[in-house]
Ligand binder design. Structure first.
Ligand code: NAD
Length: 484
């Protein structure tokens, strides 16, 4: 098999990086190398920023509705290539094909939402702020923005930002994860077809050097970051030093509470997807399962049976419910957490170590894993594992649950299963995480609501997509006006 090297997309052209540092891209299901990626340099970033800067003035003076028309074209082109994008995604990331389709659907929804620019970008005005004087605020684009994105959603996450940035008149650079560069490359091949002016969107592959060059570049106005908490914190601090706008979304440790009155049979499919979908590699994945009171034994019996019944294998197989994790290194990291859970005294009731898929002996698989009798201070109850590992912490009351949630540091999402409205009100009122699921295991806001957490799960104030993102990508210029 020939291994292709993904290219950068700068000023409407596909170009090779001059870098000699080359990374491998793997198919996590088969354990084979499927592509390579150059870790681009500061010079590559400079070229992309130059192109984006040169494209800015013409693009910002293109009427918003005309800019939106490119997005209508893009939506059609994405629909035509939908399955192709989803299959590329599964091949390099590993997730089940139906999940990949869901991700591509969510990506497209951001394109759709951004087309509402002519109402969502409007400013506001007030006559007679003093006698004969009027005041109004226009929303104006700022220049060049960039997104730095993680490996777990190779298609969607860049599109939490890109459509809104360009429809408001900015120009843009995407830095995909070096672990999964093929999906965004496929997406940019489609972008290339719709005839956007050169330089409006650009893509530079690579790793830390690209990130640092973006963070330090004086012509970049703002950064949208999504990834792990240590990197998110670093990005936020560095943007503070260099004076850039920043929205920096980090990791998670999401708690799913099961109250004694929960409808377990109805809940089970969504609980299984929450903890094991994408092999636990979602920032909204359930990680800590918290049965309250005497429902614990029945819950664990049903949950363990459902986990065992899942088909684990190649994501491209339509029957697969859970694929591999992204890399051999990440598999070893997840296995390390399982060992730590055992060493710290948790009870392993479903063991995903030594898990093999016979027809895929070299795949990066970890089987579904469930711990019971985890205590709040154990490592597996505190740190983000980002794998198919469930830590069950038994709780006595709703107060215990809320206390557990609000002492994790991470505050991305929290879910509760119950039939009691009063309990739900108390829960959603008091928990710190910003995304709450009620009888929902993955509390994922759609493109027209903001996506992002609080605490150590998000640095900055304006989240991904939603209506607020139009503020992130614009400056309100206020004009105070009178005529003699
Ligand atoms: P990561 O932090 O390792 O990498 C994210 C991006 O930052 C990549 O593009 C990578 O090249 C770059 N990067 C990594 N280390 C860097 C460094 N030291 N300096 C500069 N750049 C660096 O994250 P990941 O492993 O790709 O993704 C998984 C993480 O992302 C998990 O923690 C997950 O919870 C989080 N995530 C969060 C959300 C959210 O909405 N909050 C969504 C998806 C993923």
């Amino acid at each position: 098999m020939t291994i292709t090297r993904v290219k950068n997309y700068i000023n409407g052209e596909w170009v090779d990086s001059t870098s000699t540092t080359i990374g491998d891209v793997w198919c996590p299901a088969t354990g084979e190398k499927i592509a390579s990626v150059a870790y681009s340099t500061k010079e590559d970033v400079d070229a992309a920023v130059k192109a984006a800067k040169e494209a800015f003035w013409e693009w910002r003076s293109t009427p918003p509705l005309s800019r939106a028309r490119y997005l209508f074209r893009l939506k059609d082109a994405f629909e035509e290539n939908f399955e192709d994008i989803a299959r590329t995604l599964t091949r390099e990331q590993g997730k089940a094909i139906d999940e990949a389709r869901g991700e591509v659907r969510r990506m497209i929804e951001n394109v759709e939402h951004a087309t509402g620019v002519t109402t969502l970008m409007t400013g506001y005005t007030l006559e007679d702020i003093a006698k004969g004087i009027d005041c109004y605020g226009h929303r104006q684009p700022l220049g060049v923005f960039a997104a730095i994105v993680p490996y777990n959603f190779p298609a969607m996450v860049a599109w939490w930002f890109l459509p809104y940035a360009i429809v408001t008149g900015n120009t843009f650079i995407v830095k995909p994860s070096e672990q999964v560069p093929m999906t965004q490359t496929k997406i940019f091949e489609i972008v290339d077809e719709i005839g956007l002016p050169e330089g409006v969107v650009n893509m530079v592959h690579g790793s830390r050097d690209v990130v640092n060059a973006l963070l330090d570049h004086p012509d970049i106005e703002g950064i949208s970051f999504v990834g792990s908490t240590p990197t998110a914190r670093y990005i936020y601090q560095r943007c503070g030093e260099t004076g850039k706008r920043v929205q920096s979304l980090g990791g998670a440790k999401n708690i799913v509470a099961i109250m004694p009155d929960a409808k377990l049979d109805e809940a089970m499919p969504s609980l299984i997807t929450s903890f094991f979908g994408c092999s636990g590699q979602r920032c909204l994945s359930g990680s800590v399962l918290v049965p309250v009171g005497d429902i614990a034994d029945e819950l664990l019996e049903k949950f363990t049976a459902a986990a065992k019944a899942m088909k684990v294998g190649d994501g491209l197989d339509e029957q697969t419910a859970m694929g591999p994790v992204v890399s051999a290194a990440h598999r070893d990291r997840v296995l390390g957490y399982i060992e730590k859970g055992i060493a710290e005294g948790a009870e392993l009731i479903l063991d995903g170590r030594n898990f093999t898929v016979p027809e895929l002996p070299n795949g990066f698989f970890v089987g579904p894993t469930i711990f019971d009798r985890v205590t709040p201070n154990m490592t597996i109850a505190r740190e983000e594992i980002f794998g198919p590992v469930v830590s069950t912490v038994r709780a006595g009351s709703l107060d215990d649950v809320i206390d557990l949630i609000n002492t994790r540091g991470f505050a991305n999402a929290a879910c509760i299963y119950t039939q009691n409205g009063g309990v739900v009100r108390e829960f959603k009122y008091r928990v710190k995480p910003s995304m709450v699921g009620v009888n929902i295991g993955i509390a994922a806001p759609m493109s027209f609501f903001p996506f992002g957490g609080a605490g150590n799960s998000m640095f900055g104030d304006i989240k991904g997509h939603g209506q607020e993102i139009f503020q992130f990508f614009t400056d309100t210029k206020v004009v105070i006006e009178r005529w003699f």
